[in-house]
Ligand binder design. Sequence first.
Ligand code: ITT
Length: 201
Amino acid sequence: MSSIIIATANPGKFREIQEDLSGIFDVFYSLDDLEYTVEVEEDRGSYAENAWKKARKIGDRFGISTLADDSGLEVEALGGRPGLYSARYGKNDTERIDRLLTELEGVPMDKRKAMFRAYLSFYTPLDEKTYFFYGCLKGFIDVKRRGSGGFGFDPVFSLPERGRSLAEIPLAEKNRISHRGKALASFRRFMTIGQIPRLLP
Ligand code: ITT
């Protein structure tokens, strides 16, 4: 029986990752299941290093293979902000979205381009090896919230070719197209056929 720790304190991320990897692992441990409450500070200079720090710290602590995700939203009109600091952009999702909408007030739709990036780090404590997987998703920041699914910035992240926000599509559909879904697809190829992604942007 194969088990994995999903090293995230974000229940939305946990749900998406567990759903996507349900055919690959039998047991998924969340940080809650492990009663791990120490916050691993995201203080590195890149998403990949932050993800690696989380995966290694928790993988070593419990001796179980661990997957961590560091992601961020980059908005063109804000010079790429909040980016690496997306989680610290506000105290909670409501505050983060309110701040984003305020900062973009008056910016026309064609100037509201945005991109989600997700970096996954998979750490195996037995041999101390780490593997990285990446995905991105392009869209626009809407002028108001739409939909009640997903988490984080999903209600204001608009998918132009679908005419809907990420919070208006089912989880399985989000996983097929999203930054995290793409990184997870690459991770699944690694787990099933041993394919190691060549380059990280
Ligand atoms: P962990 O570090 O514990 O995994 P976190 O919420 O702090 O959880 P990040 O630093 O990676 O995670 O997240 C950056 C921010 O971007 C955070 O506010 C998330 O809610 C948001 N975010 C990440 N992925 C998202 C997605 O798929 N949809 C909407 N918002 C997302």
